[in-house]
Design a protein around this ligand. Structure first.
Ligand SMILES: NC(=O)c1ccc[n+]([C@@H]2O[C@H](COP(=O)([O-])OP(=O)(O)OC[C@H]3O[C@@H](n4cnc5c(N)ncnc54)[C@H](OP(=O)(O)O)[C@@H]3O)[C@@H](O)[C@H]2O)c1
Ligand SMILES: [Zn+2]
Ligand SMILES: [Zn+2]
Length: 331
């Protein structure tokens, strides 16, 4: 019966160290020794919840259940936001398991464990091999952040001839700039202030617009696609002049309330609004291959994986001061 350390949220928002125990490994379950965990903006929404924190995990296979077929002890694996799905519904059958009615995801299933932990138990079917060229701490932010932005571009057929906007240069945004640039797109970055301009240009952006004191956003080339990766919804009204006719808007921010955009410009410019959540496993593996080939890597800030560092890093992320992804590392 494996039992191991996990870091959980609680009322008041102070993440604390505790233990969880699991039954003997069943079916295709795998016990993973966690080496690294990314800290995603979404984790901030669960700080007060009674659940294991973290959903950007990387580690080494320590033990395998009786139904495991291809992974073996010692393999480097990662996992992300989704842990399970039914495997037989229409969405699962067409490789869209992220929309399975029985999906198990961070925040509402398997709440006793997360990637901020010494170990974790997950199904082999929802684990990803890590490319040899990628270190554990570099791979961790790809498990949610990388997958989410690659999915928006790849699953919805971004073309190299497009002008792609990335709004918000955080964990997701700084990876989105790199993915879109390597796909051959003309990348326009929209960021609150000028502070991240040099880095955004180095990551592959052609144009950078500081949005805070601007009445309307108008890049030199209208956007065919916009990935919104800010931690809250933007002022959509300000953004309407930025779009080319037929543009697609990908709102990725986790936020409450309604999506409120001026109505007639949506019709008159033939805009599409495309929501999405992380990536199916097929697209996730394409993302890892693409990132390894093109040397797309997060810029990370490393923290030891312990109670005080997890809380400090979460505060720092909440204040907008992480450049650009926090990663916890087990010593
Ligand atoms: N749809 C999905 O599947 C999915 C998956 C993962 C994450 N998410 C969500 O995506 C968002 C970004 O995640 P992340 O991990 O990249 O977070 P992050 O590292 O905190 O980055 C968010 C960025 O938003 C901007 N920002 C900060 N405070 C803001 C505020 N009060 N209002 C508007 N913008 C603000 C900043 O960029 P600038 O300084 O450039 O303005 C910041 O770097 C979060 O809402 C997260 O929950 C969604
Ligand atoms: Zn996430
Ligand atoms: Zn299903």
């Amino acid at each position: 019966m494996p039992s191991f350390t996990v870091y959980k949220g609680q009322k008041g928002g102070k993440v604390y160290k505790t233990e969880t125990s699991k039954p003997e490994l069943q079916g295709d379950q795998i016990l993973i020794k966690v080496t690294a965990s990314g800290l995603c903006g979404t984790d901030l929404h669960y700080r007060e919840a009674d659940q294991g924190i973290g959903h950007e995990g990387v580690g080494v296979v320590e033990a395998t259940g009786p139904g495991v077929t291809h992974l073996k002890k010692g393999d480097r694996v990662g996992w992300g936001y989704q842990h399970n799905s039914c495997g037989h519904c229409q969405e699962c059958l067409r490789g869209n398991e992220t929309y399975c009615a029985e999906r198990q995801m961070y925040g509402y299933a398997n709440l006793d464990q997360g990637s901020c932990a010494s170990h974790a138990v997950w199904r082999e079917a929802f684990l990803f091999n890590i490319p040899d060229s990628m270190s554990d701490e570099v791979a961790a932010p790809m498990m949610c952040g990388g997958a989410t932005v690659f999915n928006a571009l790849h699953a919805y057929s971004a073309q190299p001839t497009e002008t792609v906007g990335v709004m918000g240069v955080g964990g997701l945004g700084h990876l989105a700039i790199q993915f879109a640039a390597k796909m051959g797109c003309h990348v326009v970055v929209l960021s609150g202030s000028d502070k991240k301009k040099d880095e955004a240009l180095k990551l592959g952006a052609q144009e950078f617009i500081a949005t805070k004191n601007v009445k309307e956003i108008k890049p030199s080339r209208p956007l065919n696609r916009l990935l919104v990766t800010t931690s809250a919804q933007p002022d959509w009204e300000k953004l309407v002049p930025a779009f080319a006719p037929g543009a697609t808007i990908h709102p990725l921010s986790v936020d409450e309330g309604n999506f409120a955009i001026p109505y007639m410009p949506l019709l008159a410019n033939g805009l599409t609004v495309q929501g999405s959540i992380v990536a199916s496993r097929y697209i996730h593996t394409r993302m890892l291959d693409f990132a390894a080939l093109h040397k797309i890597e997060p810029i990370i800030e490393k923290f030891p994986m312990d109670e005080s560092n997890i809380n400090q890093a979460m505060d720092k992320l909440n204040e907008g001061n992480i450049r650009y992804r926090g990663v916890f590392v087990n010593q």
